[in-house]
Design a protein around this ligand. Structure first.
Ligand SMILES: [Zn+2]
Length: 278
């Protein structure tokens, strides 16, 4: 290969794979108006190194808040009436980028591919992208899990987010953990600050900027089952998959808008592709 060719190829401008301009855009002004008159229905506290499930009716808001200390959360979302329709981290990343914020949507798995939720508020919007390429609320990590931990260290650890999510879902479904485990999926890493190193392209984490009172809020675009783990990594500044890090609870609140305040809004419909595959 000639140096000329290599230089020319490397200099080609990037092409955005999925320009999002033709996606149906959420009416954030309508959402904000509905949120202003909404009342709180319920709240769930997720204990450190545990997970809890919560149901959110379509057209309701749910807010995840850091309480007591800096804490990262691993969020799974399912369609309430078909738990096999789940959050699709990979396609959300392809459509909206490595980290999500206000106006971005959390998409569901094929063959459904519809927005499960829309980010309506994010108190960590200010962070942006830091000099290392790090940002907050990533869809590039998976979830800490005991299998990777075992592969790397040979250890047995039972409070990785994967296990926490598995226990919480099994309790909700009243099925054995091995059955519920198959529905646990790649997460939205709420409040986690991550990126890829510029030189080696490796996944990195650094201390989350989250402080008690910080929150991210969503509108449920269909009836949802949420499952949130308070990661054993705490603020994920140093370690995870162990009991070493300081860990704090997370709070989930559900808000109901006043009737008619979401006038014109419709529950997200499933993909219009005909599924004949040619
Ligand atoms: Zn975790």
């Amino acid at each position: 290969m000639t140096q000329d060719f290599a230089d020319r190829q490397r200099a080609l401008p990037p092409v955005i794979c999925y320009p999002p301009e033709t996606l149906p855009a959420p009416d954030l002004a309508l959402y904000a108006q509905a949120r202003a008159g909404a009342t709180k229905l319920s709240e769930v506290i997720v204990p450190p190194r545990e997970a809890r499930v919560f149901e959110v009716p379509a057209g309701h808001f749910f807010r995840i808040t850091s309480v007591e200390g800096p804490q990262v959360g691993d969020l799974n979302l399912h369609s309430l009436h078909d738990l096999s329709e789940r959050f699709f981290s990979g396609k959300t990343r392809a459509l909206h980028g490595t980290h999500v914020s206000t106006g971005d949507r959390l998409w569901s798995t094929l063959p459904h591919l519809r927005p499960l939720a829309t980010v309506t508020e994010d108190s960590l919007d200010w962070y942006g992208i830091d000099p290392h390429g790090g940002s907050v609320h990533d869809v590039i990590g998976t979830r800490c899990d005991p299998y990777t931990h075992h592969a790397l260290t040979g250890g047995q650890y039972h409070h990785c987010c994967h296990s926490n999510l598995t226990r919480a879902l099994a309790d909700y479904m009243q099925v054995p953990r091995k059955e519920a485990e198959l529905l646990v999926h790649d997460v939205l890493n709420v409040f986690m600050c991550t990126g890829f190193t510029r030189d080696t392209g490796q996944y990195f984490m650094k201390a989350s900027p989250v402080r008690p009172g910080d929150y991210i809020e969503f509108l449920a675009e269909t009836d949802l089952l949420g499952n949130l783990s308070a990661c054993p990594g705490g603020d994920c500044s140093a370690s995870h998959s162990s009991d070493v890090a300081a860990c704090f609870p997370l709070k989930v609140e559900i808000y109901q808008p006043q009737q008619e305040s979401l006038r014109g809004w419709q529950e997200a419909s499933k993909s219009g592709y005909d599924r004949s595959h040619g």
